[in-house]
Write a protein that binds this ligand. Structure first.
Ligand SMILES: Cc1cc2nc3c(=O)[nH]c(=O)nc-3n(C[C@H](O)[C@H](O)[C@H](O)COP(=O)(O)OP(=O)(O)OC[C@H]3O[C@@H](n4cnc5c(N)ncnc54)[C@H](O)[C@@H]3O)c2cc1C
Length: 479
């Protein structure tokens, strides 16, 4: 009888889980384990909203594994030490896991693989979080891609076409498994209960992901291309946290979209599905960039932005706080920041607007915004967050040019014309007529009680941003 350990990390699902599948196929007994070691991900250990999600996702995974026959063992502390002790205790022959791509994690995983192999164990990792591995794609010159369109074109030929793996059932457990910790011992939930909004908005776990995918295919996919930009409409899949924690795989999404296209070949639907696949492509591209440019969570990809004249922390501290709390006096920015605080998520268009406002109108370094998102988003993902911030700030790969400063009033009027999104998150503005809800200070009436005038003059701060950009402009930017 041989035993395999399956080391769960951010692949918290039974279906389409190559490490688990391999273990069940090749071994008589399987021990699923989760080891909590946030310090090994430093400086990007999960933030508060992610820890909330992780708690509930682990609870869902543990229940699913128990139903399948092999309960989840929960441990804490040094991953290598725990895996070694566990392998010894249960006489395991192999340890399997699915790959992640952040520098701190890949460094640790490589060391663990070598150490376990030196102990005489089989240690093997699998592709499960991405469609294409970051090292599988290179430009003609042999470099990593820095522009999305050629990246996605090149990825097209490598996209997997196989059917996703089904959830293995039953899974034969290890009879003499050591006792683990109760989930609550990990201390992932907040001590002060600020998570009511998160509980209302989400159902972490594999079943929650499946339900959202079904809803998206049924209600939203056919209009995705057009409606995905409207923050008041539930028009996107909201699968980002589920993808981040690996409760659903991108391969499962591709397969489901292919089936949807086969069921209904209307030209409009196919174009919308293609648009959605392209967004999954941005996720792949972000991971490609993070893998090849591991410094980018802290440093701009375009080096000239190292000398960008950001304001100094002591000068911007109060503005940063106002932005974080949704109290800038600019309705679309405030609505987005309050949606984030309440639900742990923000609509993509609004993410771009609040990021542009912070980095351009307030001249606050993008890293401050990325840090706040890291702590407050349930979908906080080092690859996507870094790419989203650098793209908006103009210093990343294939970025919006720096001189593109989103005008939050025009964005608001265009994508939320009736102010439905604004009124949902800013009850102070609920009574304003449509024509003033985007810019309440323009109303002949006094500002609603509790709503401040804008923190900064939008036109003057835009000019200031463009002047600051002059400091890093190169002759190539002027060509
Ligand atoms: C400043 C900023 C920060 C961001 N931070 C994150 C983050 O921490 N985590 C995160 O998952 N996304 C981030 N994004 C990207 C994007 O906003 C979210 O992925 C998207 O809003 C999630 O909602 P959804 O699942 O309904 O998206 P859908 O429109 O349904 O898209 C499906 C999936 O495609 C991927 N995707 C969509 N847009 C992007 C994109 N622009 N870049 C990379 N992948 C994308 C996501 O995995 C998403 O779940 C950020 C964007 C910006 C501008």
């Amino acid at each position: 009888m041989t035993t395999a350990i399956v080391w769960f990390r951010r692949d918290l699902r039974l279906a389409d889980n190559p490490a688990l599948h391999h273990a069940v196929r090749r071994h008589e007994r399987v021990l699923p384990v989760y080891i909590h070691a946030p310090e090994e991900e430093a400086p990007w250990a999960p933030g508060a909203a992610s820890r909330w999600w992780l708690h509930h996702s682990l609870a869902a995974l543990a229940a699913d594994l128990a139903k399948a026959g092999a309960p989840l063992l929960i441990l804490r502390g040094d991953s290598l030490r725990n895996l070694r002790e566990l392998a010894r205790a249960v006489g395991a022959a192999a340890v399997y896991w699915n790959r992640l791509y952040e520098a701190a994690v890949t460094g640790r995983d490589t060391r663990i693989k070598q150490a376990l192999r030196a102990d005489g164990l089989e240690a093997k990792s699998f592709k499960a979080a991405l469609l294409v591995e970051p090292w599988e794609l290179k430009t003609g010159g042999g470099a990593p891609y820095r522009v999305f369109t050629p990246f996605w074109r090149a990825a097209g030929v490598l996209l997997p076409r196989q059917a996703p793996l089904t959830a293995p059932r039953p899974i034969a457990p290890v009879p003499n498994s050591p006792a683990g910790l109760p989930l609550t011992a990990l201390g992932l939930l907040p001590e002060i209960p600020w998570d009511g909004g998160l509980r209302q908005a989400w159902m972490p776990g594999e079943a929650g992901a499946r339900a959202l995918l079904q809803r998206f295919c049924r209600d939203a996919a056919a209009d995705y291309g057009k409606a995905r930009d409207l923050p008041a409409v539930d028009a996107t899949s909201r699968l980002s946290p589920h993808l981040h924690f690996g409760e659903i795989s991108p391969l499962q999404l591709l397969a489901r979209l292919r089936r949807l296209a086969d069921e209904d070949t209307a030209a409009g639907l196919i174009a919308n599905i293609e648009h959605y696949r392209r967004e999954l492509g941005w996720r792949e591209f972000s991971h490609h960039l993070l893998f090849h440019f591991p410094q980018t969570p802290q440093r701009p990809l375009l080096e000239k932005f190292e000398r960008f004249p950001w304001r100094r922390p002591k000068d911007y501290a109060a503005d940063l706080r106002a932005w974080q709390r949704g109290r800038t006096g600019v309705p679309l920015v405030d609505a987005g920041m309050r949606q984030l605080w309440h639900s742990g998520w923000m609509h993509n268009r609004v993410r771009m607007v609040v990021a542009s406002f912070l980095t351009k109108n307030l001249l606050i370094p993008w890293q401050e915004g990325a840090r706040w998102f890291w702590d407050t988003l349930v979908d906080a993902d080092l690859a996507n967050n870094t790419q989203g911030w650098q793209w908006t700030a103009g210093c990343g790969a294939d970025a919006a040019p720096y001189f593109r400063v989103f005008n939050p009033l025009l964005q608001s009027a265009r994508f939320d014309p009736r102010g439905a999104y604004l009124r949902r998150w800013l009850p102070e503005l609920a009574q304003l007529p449509d024509e003033f809800v985007h810019a309440p200070w323009r109303s002949p009436q006094a500002l609603p009680a509790g709503y401040a005038p804008p923190l900064t003059d939008l036109a003057a701060s835009r000019r200031r941003a463009l002047e600051a950009y002059g400091a890093v402009k190169t002759p190539a930017d002027l060509a």
